[in-house]
Design a protein around this ligand. Sequence first.
Ligand code: ZN
Length: 686
Amino acid sequence: MNVKNALVLAVVCAGLALVTAGCKKKEPAPGPAAAPEFQWQIDRFADLRVLRYQVPGFEALTPRQKELVYYLGEAALCGRDIMIDQNYRHNIKIVRTLDAVVRGYTGDRSDPRWAEFMTYVKRVWFSNGIHHHYSNDKIAPGFDAAYFAEVVRGTEGESFPLAEGQTVDGLAAFLTPILFDPAVAPKKLSQDPNADLVAGSAVNFYEGVTQAEVESYYKRLVDPKDETPVSYGLNTRVVKKGGKVVEEVARIDGLYGPAIARIVGWLEKAAGVAENDRQREVIEALVDFYRTGDLKRFDAYNILWVRDTDSLVDFVNGFIEVYDDPLGLKGSWEALVDFKDLDATKRADTISANAQWFEDRSPIDPRFKKKEVKGVSAKVITAAMLGGSCYPSTPIGINLPNANWIRRNHGSKSVTIENITYAYDQSSLDSPFGREFTFSPELLERAKTYGPLAGNIHTDLHEVLGHGSGQLLPGVGSEALKNYHSPIEESRADLFALYYIMDDKMVELGLLPNLDAAKAEYDLQVRNGLMTQLVRIQPGKTIEQAHMRGRAMVSHWVCEKGRPDNVIERVTRDGKTFFVVNDYPKLRELYGRLLAEVQRITSEGDYEAARDLIETYGVQVDQALHREVLDRYAKLDLAPYAGFVNPVYTPVVEDGRIVDVKIGLGEGYVEQMLRYGRDYAFLPAR
Ligand code: ZN
């Protein structure tokens, strides 16, 4: 399921896999601008880094393929406003206002408050809105409301998104509580099981309705006997009109229409230069969906898309992942344009070709196994353009489509994005992170030697096999686990990967040189789930994000269950805490046991068990350990999250036709965000 999740997971792993410093990973063919001194990191602020990625292999595409990438890339950028609006209803107004000030403020830009203002703007851009992209908390500005009013007033030659009859001062006054009052829209996504999840979330999928109203609305729509149900509510917004609960549907003449019209325009151009008929049909089916908003057509598109495994260039464009919806129904808009990395794909092919072997031997109840694992297609790709919720914070792996019955009957496509992972690794080469949190020089050395490879294999197993493994019992839907669906699903895929990475089969298939590489991965996962991922949590807060909850749950569970045998040992040295794995075979056994339980929960839709597992092991934070980790981390002066600017593609036109496309990697972060804000602003500010 989980394009973005996987992605985020990977991001997280990659972000924390700083331990892989000095990696010996095979270097992809350098792109055109890949000088030895290539600067990977181009900006740094708050808890964020902005990196660039190279696109090795782009030059080797045919002119027609490049043209295809260009059109799909434009389609990827045209949905930017959709994601911003989905995250919070006033986000477009806010972003337009901030952009105008950055461009047109005539006052003193050497004022320290201006630096704070710019940090805030960069954070809002990064999160596609005013809530942190990862923690979901509203971002607190480092300047006050008076200064905000001052810079808005001091901006010249720019147009602000004014409501009818509104003055510039009126706009600043309107936005002031939204930006500065901690009680207004405090969280993008509420996960408090005791409160109304819909009312408590600022995310813009619902307006004026309660959780109970939304649930009863969909209960009426869903037929539990339907074996091929559409993804109800995926592309809609639920609102109340005249006292009735209704859906606004995203389509060319409906919700998000002006942006969708642009997307469709570029997709139609792309269809004209498709690599083959099958790919052309895929693109046309997506256009059909965007025109009608009909979810049956979205399924038809997905079936065509999953079957198209021959084309070199591929893409994702639409309402896909449901992590941002507290009820797990609404798809956030995202886009990715990519092409196959043929060499690296061989690795994923090997795993995919053995999918049935893994499924048959998986340590789960036979009732929950797929008798026949179908069409697990796996490939390694090179990202060429990121959009929507994949930008600037990017996944490193994707597994789609999400509809269970399509996965069951038609298979899924799974990809890992190698050039993004590579950029993470390269930008983290000299990070002190691994040294600080690794127990011994020997373990650090092993992590450096095998970390990157083991990380890639883990991602492949998670994506190619993990999400696609197992089956639900008849009558059980993926919505059964509600707000615990995502962390349970991610832990399931992780556990599948963790169980098998320590299997002799890995060496036999030539995927790992030896099982020391798997040990390096276990070290990383244990330390991350128990300790190092806490660097992403504010003091006093609990764990919210689905992948983090999943990882914390897995690590705390195996730690507790392995205590009698001292499988994982907590060691304190010079006042610093370390977690050391003493018994790798036993740890593998524990991963297998937990996989069996998580699969049972998933297959049976056992909500109570999912809740207990996640709430007991995946949410709470050891306050003392948390403080220690934050202190140690702060001394390293690192940023826990990274995102990417895109390349710039410029068509070369001769006689009215595109004959080539040039790629440029030189655009800065502010420059790119202001350009996107100017050229891809298609939706009205609410
Ligand atoms: Zn995943």
